[in-house]
Design a protein around this ligand. Structure first.
Ligand SMILES: Cc1ncc(C[n+]2csc(CCOP(=O)(O)OP(=O)(O)O)c2C)c(N)n1
Ligand SMILES: [Mg+2]
Length: 1092
């Protein structure tokens, strides 16, 4: 046979470098190794696409020469086999139809053929139809060879050894890298001259050369096929370097390091759904004027290398990619504190270490549990809403790890707030709520204790349990109840956590760990998230850092991220509190565990919030009745193909050789056992449960007698406290006389509103009741009325007189809050839930602004007892009053609270004197009820003389009166009874004085408690006056506002007299804008109260 051979040499540095990247990646991912021959063989197949005429054979048909063109590339592989008798044998089986394969398929087929050759499993067909083959004598050092062609074959490509050119074989590594010397590879093409021309063979080798130097995206395709998330190394000429260039190159290396730290996350492979080769200009070496020739050169690393002052660029890049671009992307360079950045770098910029086997097995077990539970629910409760966690099962091992870490650190409790997604799974597999009980809730059993209430759907209920860590440590874990309103539970949970910490009173140890689990769309969209984050470092609100876990399934109901946020990540809002943010691929559970541990440790080290963005997907619809392919067709095509994380993780552990096949089978068996366990437990538990949990165990309120009066000594003590500034404290000269006046007034009168309130708080503190009071500008008081904390004129030091009342007094916590209503009120609600012995009050700056917290009011304050049996005694102080300040500084919307009032679930009150307010607060705190209370508090009335109280109004014999009777009139003479509440009282009193002088025929009685409605007290009040002709309800508010609408329906029909309502006309805006119009209206209103 006439043959000839073409020979071509090429540099293989790029091949070497990319192979290192590939194998590093495989080691971390699915295991396995790619050889040079795999890559060269694949280049051969690719080259045939461009030079198809090389894929031919020679055959004689009927004695005539014939050119054969096979339909496929059947690539023969020369495999040298040692036989049992010691002789050698060359086998050349084929990879069939290799041109149809991507690199991953080619690699698999290659290994398959080799394995079958070794195992003696090759068939005749494996040897048929070969027109071109590959032989690699280079592996034994042969420089190049001229192999013998077999019949029918057109060509054999030989791969020679890869060596430095002979003249450099004695050079030092340093010389080699400095001079940009590559090893060379010699390729030979030995061909059948009857069907292939020499030029064609040469052309073919040139093509292979080009491909192996990365042309036409050769390595890009290889990387894509192996799902390597970043770009391959590129071929480039070395950039010759003068001394100056060297210095600037060094600077560029440091820039590159910085770029990876800041933006490495842009390239990280965090999306389990869709493989994308990601890049960012700042992360490409070319941008920094660097090439592959620099990979083996050493550079100073600055603080990056720790002890290693110089490193090869290859190592630097390796660490940077390992640290910042694998399946975890980290955002932390926005943190201003260098210590915190260094803390993260020290832990992250480390060579990868895989977790110990026990850890790997625990992860698998947790994934088993998580998936088994979902599978059970999916099988047993087809179509029922449960908000499955499928696609995001790693959430369970991740939270498990946080609890482990908390248990090891001997914290007191992990308290979790979370929405619907995966909640049942967390309750079962983290909190330990029994499958049986969850099942019975599905069956619709109702807790007999909540029959009075309305109850709630299963995925809103809370629970409490004990979590046991791997080494036997235990810790309390609870999940708070929450409404459907996404993220509303965030501030509530923080309040709960803070209350628990205040009770434990361990200062900066923060022994209760709050964990908030969010959805991606909600975290980005709901403003309360930002508000809650903003609480996190404030003295009045901090909880020592919250771990936020976002179950980022990349969709919110039917809405894709592109429509649900303008920010790059759903977590961007957390950057504002300089929280580190870990984006982690949910299909890499080991990375998730590592991140969970790191997040916890960061929280412990710095007592700050930290965010884990667990990127996953949602296997099913939003809920179980929803078909997601209507709106996310492409995404769901991908999801359908996806194997569960449990399966993927098991496979990669086997692939990497971390567990054996037998162990994998054990794990699979365990999975089946888990599944059976759920089924059996549920089958066996059909009776009604003995224990119901709708909320975690919060303490019961301890109550005293309802004696709200106080002693002269207590008055005196508080009076003294207000004039006993600490030594050397300079009270502001304008404040001093006000304090002195307050002190004198306490014992001598008249007592104004602010002082009455101070007396209530002070006396409760002396009774052993902690008091927490927070609101905007609350310490001084918006209306300069409170002076709870006084600021030193010289030093700005703080002095809180009520903290110095007695040795054994309870603690007084008084805070100026952030400018929030929603989160601020949610926090106080939660605080009161977990600490019922404390008087917890939140003050609105003006009551009008409370509607910013409407969600908290509707979903927690008014209804939590009825839905979940969860009680709070939070007090809302809402300045309210029509005083001509316009539409938005007049009304706290009494009507709205009354429309929510039912089941006696809360108290709504509008006291008209400081003493009445004082008794109301004390009754609320000391009494048995643990219910929310809404108090409409005054503005102008704060200082109004008629409305002041006397010291004796606080002393023995006094108490809170739901209806304050008019005791100034002769009952026989009264023909008109005016019923009113709050500020208008005093306008009416003045007017009566003017109109009726000393012999009034009009009585004015004040309704101090609006709800529960004081019907009996009102009946008794009416009965006092035998000659009544008119009973009028008088209110400042328009007819559709204020108490009137509610009273018309619920109170007036119970009275023995017709009640006429005197009010402003119904109006869509609560109050008029111009003062003069207000005055006009007020005049009319008061006149109408007296019959015109
Ligand atoms: C405040 C509020 N607005 C709207 C809804 C209705 N809703 C329920 S779930 C959901 C999508 C939530 O998406 P995401 O936060 O990503 O959580 P996922 O369901 O994907 O886990 C919406 C809009 C709600 N529950 N609460
Ligand atoms: Mg989502």
């Amino acid at each position: 046979m006439p043959t000839a051979t073409s020979v071509r040499s090429l540099p293989v540095k790029l091949l070497f470098d990319n192979r290192i990247v590939i194998n590093n990646h495989l080691k971390r991912a699915r295991g396995g190794k790619v050889s040079f021959t795999h890559l060269i063989g694949y280049a051969l197949v690719r080259a045939l696409k461009d030079v198809p005429d090389m894929n031919v054979g020679y055959e004689e048909v009927d004695g005539k020469p014939n050119l054969v063109r096979p339909a496929h590339v059947n690539l023969g592989l020369a495999i040298d086999m040692a036989k049992d008798d010691g002789s050698r044998q060359l086998l050349v089986p084929a990879i069939k139809a290799a041109e149809q394969m991507d690199f991953a398929q080619f690699w698999t087929a290659y290994e398959d053929v080799v394995r079958r050759a070794r195992d003696n499993k090759l068939q005749i067909s494996d040897f048929q139809g070969i027109s071109i083959s590959l032989t690699n004598p280079g592996t034994i050092g042969t420089n190049h060879s001229v192999p013998r062609l077999m019949n029918g074959q057109g060509a054999i490509i030989g791969v020679g050894s890869m060596e430095y050119p002979p003249e450099f074989q004695g050079a030092s590594a340093e010389t080699i890298s400095r001079n940009a010397i590559s090893k060379l590879l010699t390729l030979t093409s030995t061909y059948d001259h009857r069907v292939i021309q020499g030029a064609l063979s040469g052309e073919f080798l040139r093509r292979m050369h080009q491909l192996l130097l990365g042309e036409d995206g050769f390595y890009d395709d290889v990387f894509a096929a192996l799902r390597i998330p970043y770009e391959p190394i590129r071929w480039a000429a070395d950039i010759s370097a003068t001394h100056d260039d060297e210095v600037s190159k060094q600077a560029r290396i440091l820039e590159l390091i910085h770029a990876y730290r800041v933006r490495g996350h842009m390239m990280a492979d965090t999306d389990p759904l869709e493989y994308r080769q990601r890049s960012h200009p700042d992360l490409e070496v070319e941008t920094h004027g660097l090439t592959l020739w620099d990979l083996d050169r050493e550079f100073a690393t600055g603080e990056f290398g720790g002890q290693r002052r110089f490193m090869k660029m290859r190592s630097i890049l390796g660490i940077l990619r390992d640290s910042y671009c694998r399946t975890t992307g980290i955002e932390y360079m926005h943190i201003q504190d260098p210590e915190q950045r260094r803390w993260i770098q020290e832990r992250v910029e480390q060579p990868h270490q895989k977790p110990p086997r026990e850890e790997q097995l625990r992860i698998l077990l947790k994934l088993n549990q998580a998936e088994a539970f979902e599978t059970f629910l999916q099988t047993k409760f087809v179509g029922q809403k449960r908000f499955s966690l499928e696609g995001g099962e790693t959430t369970v091992p991740l939270i498990d790890e946080i609890c482990e870490a908390a248990a090891e650190a001997e914290l007191d409790e992990v308290t979790i707030g979370m929405a619907h997604r995966g909640r049942l799974n967390v309750l079962a597999n983290i909190v330990g709520k029994s499958y049986g009980q969850i099942f019975r809730e599905f069956e619709g059993n109702i807790d007999p204790r909540t029959v009075q209430g309305s109850g709630d759907v299963k995925y809103h209920l809370g629970a409490e349990g004990e979590f046991t860590a791997e080494d036997g440590d235990t810790i309390k874990v609870s999940v708070a109840a929450n409404p459907s309103h996404l993220e509303a539970v965030d501030p509530v949970l923080e309040g709960i956590a803070r209350a628990k910490q205040d009770v434990l009173n361990q200062g900066e140890k923060f022994p209760v760990l709050p964990v908030l689990v969010h959805g991606d769309a909600a975290f980005a969209g709901q403003g309360v998230v930002a508000e809650t984050l903003n609480l996190s470092q404030l003295r009045g609100y901090r909880t020592g850092g919250t771990v936020h876990v976002i179950v980022n399934n990349q969709v919110g109901f039917t809405t894709s991220p592109a429509h649900s946020r303008s920010s790059l990540y759903c977590t961007d809002v957390a950057r504002m509190v300089q929280a580190p943010i870990f984006h982690v691929n949910g299909d890499d559970p080991e990375a998730c565990i590592r991140v969970a541990r790191l997040a916890f440790e960061y929280r412990q080290a710095f007592n700050k919030d930290v965010v884990i963005d667990l990127v996953c997907y949602r296997r099913r619809g939003h809920n179980e009745g929803d078909d997601p392919s209507y709106t996310q067709p492409l995404m769901y095509d991908l999801i359908e193909q996806k194997r569960s994380v449990r399966k993927l993780y098991t496979e990669s552990l086997i692939g990497r050789g971390d567990i054996t096949l037998e162990e994998a089978e054990e794990v699979l068996k365990n999975y089946q056992q888990q599944l059976e366990r759920v089924f059996t437990e549920v089958r066996e538990a059909t009776s009604a449960p003995s224990e119901w949990t709708t909320v975690p165990d919060y303490p019961e309120k301890v109550h005293d007698e309802d004696d709200t009066a106080i002693s002269q000594e207590t008055l005196k003590r508080i009076a003294d406290a207000y004039v006993s500034a600490p030594d050397g404290f300079t009270v502001h000269p304008k404040v001093l006389p006000q304090l002195q006046r307050r002190s004198a007034a306490i014992t001598e009168g008249p007592i104004d509103w602010g002082t009455g309130e101070i007396l209530a708080l002070g006396s409760l503190l002396m009774d052993g009741r902690p008091v927490r009071l927070a609101g905007q500008d609350t310490r001084r008081g918006t209306f300069v009325s409170r002076f709870a904390t006084i600021i030193d004129r010289q030093t700005a030091d703080e002095w809180t007189p009520l903290s110095n009342l007695s040795e054994d007094q309870a603690q007084f916590y008084v805070y100026d809050s952030l400018l929030s209503e929603y989160a601020a009120l949610g926090f106080e609600y939660g605080y009161s839930v977990a600490r019922p012995d404390a008087l917890v009050a939140w003050e609105a700056q003006f009551g009008d602004f409370v509607n910013g917290a409407q969600t908290v009011i509707d979903e927690f304050i008014s209804s939590s007892a009825s839905k979940w049996g969860q009680r709070s005694g939070v007090v809302l102080l809402l300045p309210h009053g029509f005083e001509g300040q316009g539409a938005d500084h007049s009304s706290a919307r009494i009507e709205r609270f009354l429309s929510l009032a039912g089941d006696k679930a809360m108290v709504v009150a509008q006291p008209s004197t400081p003493a009445s307010y004082f008794h109301l607060l004390r009754r609320h705190s000391l009494g048995a009820d643990h219910k929310p209370m809404v108090v409409f508090t005054p503005k102008s009335m704060l200082k109004r003389k008629e409305a002041a109280s006397r010291p004796e109004d606080f002393l023995e014999g006094t108490t809170f009166k739901k209806v304050a009777s008019d005791r100034t009139v002769d009952e026989e003479k009264v023909t008109t009874l005016l019923l009113c509440s709050g500020r208008v009282t005093w306008d009416l009193m003045v007017e009566r004085g003017k109109r009726e002088g000393d012999e009034p025929v009009t009585a004015i009685s004040r309704v101090e408690q609006l709800y529960p409605e004081p019907v009996e007290e009102l009946q008794a009040e009416l009965a006092r006056f035998p000659n009544l002709r008119h009973v009028r309800w008088v209110q400042d508010e328009p007819a559709n506002n204020g108490p009137a609408p509610h009273f018309r329906l619920n109170v007036f029909p119970e009275l023995d007299h017709e009640v006429e309502v005197v009010s402003r006309p119904a109006s869509s805006s609560p109050a008029v804008g111009t003062h003069s119009r207000h005055v006009e209206e007020q005049k009319k209103l008061v006149a109408a109260a007296f019959g015109g």
